[in-house]
Every structure is written in structure tokens, then in C-alpha cells.
Design a protein around this ligand. Sequence first.
Ligand SMILES: Nc1ncnc2c1ncn2[C@@H]1O[C@H](COP(=O)(O)OP(=O)(O)O)[C@@H](O)[C@H]1O
Ligand SMILES: [Mg+2]
Length: 274
Amino acid sequence: MIVAVLNRKGGAGKTSLTKDLGFAFADGGLRVLQVGLDPQSSLEVLAGLGFDTPPDRTVSRLLMPEEFGDAGPLERVVHETEWGTSLVPASKALATAERALGEAGRGGSAQRLRRGLQRLSTAERFDVVLVDCPPGMTPLTMNALIAAESVLVPTQLDFLSVAGLAVLTETVEEVREYDNPKLGYLGIVGTQVDERTRHAREIRAQLEQLFGADAGGALCRTTIRHSTKVRDAHAAGLAVGQLEPAHPVSGDYRELAQELAERAALDARLGVAT
Ligand SMILES: Nc1ncnc2c1ncn2[C@@H]1O[C@H](COP(=O)(O)OP(=O)(O)O)[C@@H](O)[C@H]1O
Ligand SMILES: [Mg+2]
């Protein structure tokens, strides 16, 4: 299953969700591949790779194979993380690939990630592929939406974030209509949530109306609470579930992994105890 972790807004929690949900899936016994698609390379910094991984060992090679003639086995793009997943990283150099993908006449420019993942045989090797999308709507994002079977949308529970979701869902509808008919929602998940505030509860109710059980059901029951532990784990280069497994926010990620696995019918293979 290939999942695009998507939100146009920066700071929505895409990279954190990719890392910590990835760990929760892997910890539950699933084979997880993470793919960095943001030239800002936040996920790669968290993974200890930094911004400057040689391009032939990054996602650039999946997107632009013609630029990497004899760069050795393709397998070199796959790295292992401290949190138990495999990672095809982004790097600064991905900005160059992004520009090239935007040029007119670049063959199959939106299909390139899909083809690259096929060449790596990810469908056979991994149960879940999580693609950490960049903010905005760029040729890289389009590549993710065409490679993916589903989108997972982290969102903060505030007014502007929810307003932004309307634009995002239009984009998903368009891609489904014209480019990728099988694209669906794995889920919309509230992150950095402070349930104690009235505003968060009101927004939650609004989201229920827009995306709840009576409106397509994309909204996840589980939310990820706001916790400084998430940042501590970033600084330690670990998943929060490794740094402090008993912390409530680690439980949130486990619960979300369980909920999403059930939705995607991966549950038979996920031995997560919540
Ligand atoms: N559950 C959380 N609690 C507290 N801070 C969080 C949580 N999730 C994410 N953050 C913080 O929010 C910021 C933005 O998150 P990030 O995952 O980088 O978003 P994006 O990838 O969408 O830009 C980061 O500083 C991150 O540490
Ligand atoms: Mg990010």
C-alpha cells in the first residue's frame, strides 16, 4: 500500500507523522518504507542523513533515472533508519529534479515516482510505503498522488487549517478524476491536538460534519495530542514510541497505526497491542 502523507500547509505535521506512524507500523510487525519527497529534507535530518546524501542514493534517482547512468545497483537508494523502517531519502539536490519535472516535454513527468517504486519492487517488499510530501502543490506532490493508492492528511485543529482542507480535497478529487482513479483517503487525522480547548472541540465537531462517518468517513477517530515529547524524540533521532513507549502520545501513534491498519485491511499482520 502506497500512502501520500499530504497537506499543502507547512508545519501541519506531515514529517512527524511519517516518522512516528512509520515506527508504530514497523513495531507492529509491518514492513515499512518511507520516501522523502521534500527538498527541505526534514525527515532526512531526523534520520541522521542530513541534507547532502549523494543524489544517486536518494529519491532523485527514482525520479530521474536518465541522469544516473552507471551509478551502481538501484538498491543503493534504500537506507535503514533508527526507528526500524527503510528510507529512500530526499536531499537538497531534489530541488533540481523538481525543476526538471516542471519543464515541458519531460516524458511521463508525473508518473516517475510510480515507475521508480515499481523498479524497486516495493509492492512485493513492503506492506506500507509512506511518502512524506513537500508543502504546496508541486510536481513532486503530483508524483506522490499518482504513485499512491491513498492519502493520509494530518491537520491541526484550528480554523485556518480546516479551511485549507477544502482546497486539498478539491485537488485530490481532480487527481482521482483525471489521473489516478483508484486514489482514496486512508484518513484525515488531527495532530498537535489540545483537547482541552473549546476551539479544538468545535473544530473537531466541524470536521465530523465534513468528513465523519456520515460524510465519507475519512476522519480518523484517533487524534495525536500535542506533546513536547514529540520534539524531544526528533532531537534524539528516534521515534517518540522508542524514546518513551509509555507516554500517552506514543499510545496515540500506536492507536492510529491500529486504526489505519484496520481501514486498509492490514490488521491481520499488525500485532500492535494498544
Ligand atoms: N504531536 C505533536 N506535538 C508537538 N509538536 C509536534 C507534534 N507533531 C509535530 N510537531 C511539531 O510541529 C512542527 C511541524 O511538524 P512537521 O512534522 O515538520 O510538519 P510538516 O512536515 O507538515 O511541515 C515540528 O516542529 C514538530 O516537531
Ligand atoms: Mg515536512
